[in-house]
Design a protein around this ligand. Structure first.
Ligand SMILES: Cc1ncc(COP(=O)(O)O)c(C=O)c1O
Length: 398
């Protein structure tokens, strides 16, 4: 039997593909600190958990394809707190951010169309692009220059008649880059001039450090037809298992099309929307506390990496990831080695090889992504293992 070219092409997630090594290590009695995946250890808000505990309907029924009215109203309130004025018709609830991105790509692109995306980028964009049969055109950014967006001429050079959109992630996974208002306005200007959509993945909106202010694609004036916001509760409320996200746009025609996609998959999870809705009304202090916690972790991991001779990394301004370029040839080999051959008192650490966060072949091979999602104590142990492991790996392998 022959499978589709999509089935043959789709990338195995670099975040998860080394899991068999971690599973084997655990079978061998080794504790693994997971810095490879953006699964925060922060507790999910009690108001959210309470909704699950109190749910006592007799039938778990379908909900509306666009999401429950109650939750869409909640989202209108949530966005108004972020100076994003929308009405209920301008938001459709999705099965997490992942589905929102697939919907966005599917409604703006035909098969074979192109989407420009700054790389390194959230690796699953590769998988989503394969699902939608489109091509990602990478716009390479570099650790050495803080993953800053290249000048407009470089961006425009990537535009072809097949280009339909620019996909940005702000704050960025895996770079931690937060685009300034000027940069977002620059992207919007290019999009307007070339009649492109801008799909803005803002799932880390709240996690912005050092006094920076998040500037959303929805804040761009006179850009209603071009702007598509994709979002998720996964990281915001440490609720990755809820599988609730949304797509927001003021482009009416686009939202009509998104609704048809939404109808085809019937509806997003129902109880989880009620749970997410409870979070909409959380005090601002909830997010403030979490942000401070991540900031502490960021500072710690950054300082630890700074101590490694030859390591190049930029202090992330947002999200909870850091990309580190290491003085090694192959980060994947190093991570496998950590899982198979190295431990400190029966404990080891796992990161994500960064090559899969690039679309340009060969880039990122000596880079890895660390998600600083563990508590201080575990993070200290994990970074100690990481640093001593690197010294040992360089001595014996590279
Ligand atoms: C940048 C970015 N976008 C989207 C997602 C998808 O998240 P979810 O499908 O859990 O909403 C993730 C998950 O890690 C992410 O990092």
């Amino acid at each position: 039997m022959i499978l589709s070219s999509r089935a043959l092409e789709i990338q195995a997630s670099p975040i998860r593909k080394l899991m068999p090594y971690a599973i084997q290590a655990k079978k061998n009695g080794i504790k693994v600190y997971h810095l490879n995946i953006g699964q925060p250890d922060i507790e999910t808000p009690q108001v959210m958990l309470d909704v699950y505990h109190k749910f006592n309907e007799k039938v778990l029924s379908y909900g509306p394809s666009q999401g429950l009215d109650e939750y869409r109203q909640g989202l209108v309130h949530y966005y108004s707190k972020h100076n994003i004025a929308i009405n209920e018709d301008e938001v459709i609830v999705t099965t997490a951010g992942s589905e929102a991105i697939v919907f966005a790509l599917s409604v703006v692109c035909n098969e074979g169309d192109e989407v420009i995306v700054p790389e390194p980028f959230y690796t699953n964009y590769n998988g989503f692009a394969t699902m939608a049969s489109i091509k990602l055109k990478p716009l390479t950014t570099y650790a050495e220059t803080g993953f800053a967006l290249p000048d407009s001429a470089k961006i425009e050079a990537l535009i072809t008649p097949l280009t339909k959109a620019i996909l940005i992630c702000n704050p960025g996974n895996p770079t931690g880059t937060v685009y300034t208002e000027t940069e977002i306005m620059r992207i919007a200007q290019i999009a307007k001039e070339h009649n492109l959509f801008v799909i803005s993945d803002e799932v880390y909106r709240e996690f912005v450090y050092d006094g920076m202010k998040h500037f959303s694609i929805m804040h761009v004036p006179d850009f209603a037809d071009h702007a598509i916001l994709v979002d998720s509760v996964s990281k915001r409320y440490s609720a990755c298992g809820a599988r609730i996200g949304c797509i927001v746009s003021k482009n009416k025609e686009l939202m009509v099309a998104v609704l048809k996609f939404a109808q085809a998959r019937l509806c997003p999870p129902t109880v989880d929307q009620l749970a997410a809705n409870a979070c909409v009304y959380l005090e601002d202090s909830y997010i403030e506390g979490i942000m401070q916690e991540y900031k502490k972790r960021r500072d710690f991991v950054f300082e630890e990496l700074q101590q490694i001779p030859g390591c190049i990394c930029v202090k992330p301004q947002g999200a909870f990831y850091i990309i580190a370029k290491l003085p090694i040839k192959d980060a994947e080999d190093f991570i496998i080695w950590l899982l198979k051959d190295y431990n400190v008192s029966n404990e080891t650490v796992m990161a994500a090889p960064a090559e899969g966060f690039y679309a340009t072949p060969g880039l990122g091979r000596n880079e890895l992504r660390i998600a600083y999602i563990l508590n201080e104590e575990d993070l200290k142990k994990a970074m100690h293992i990481f640093k001593t492991g690197l010294i040992e790996y360089l001595r014996t392998n590279d």
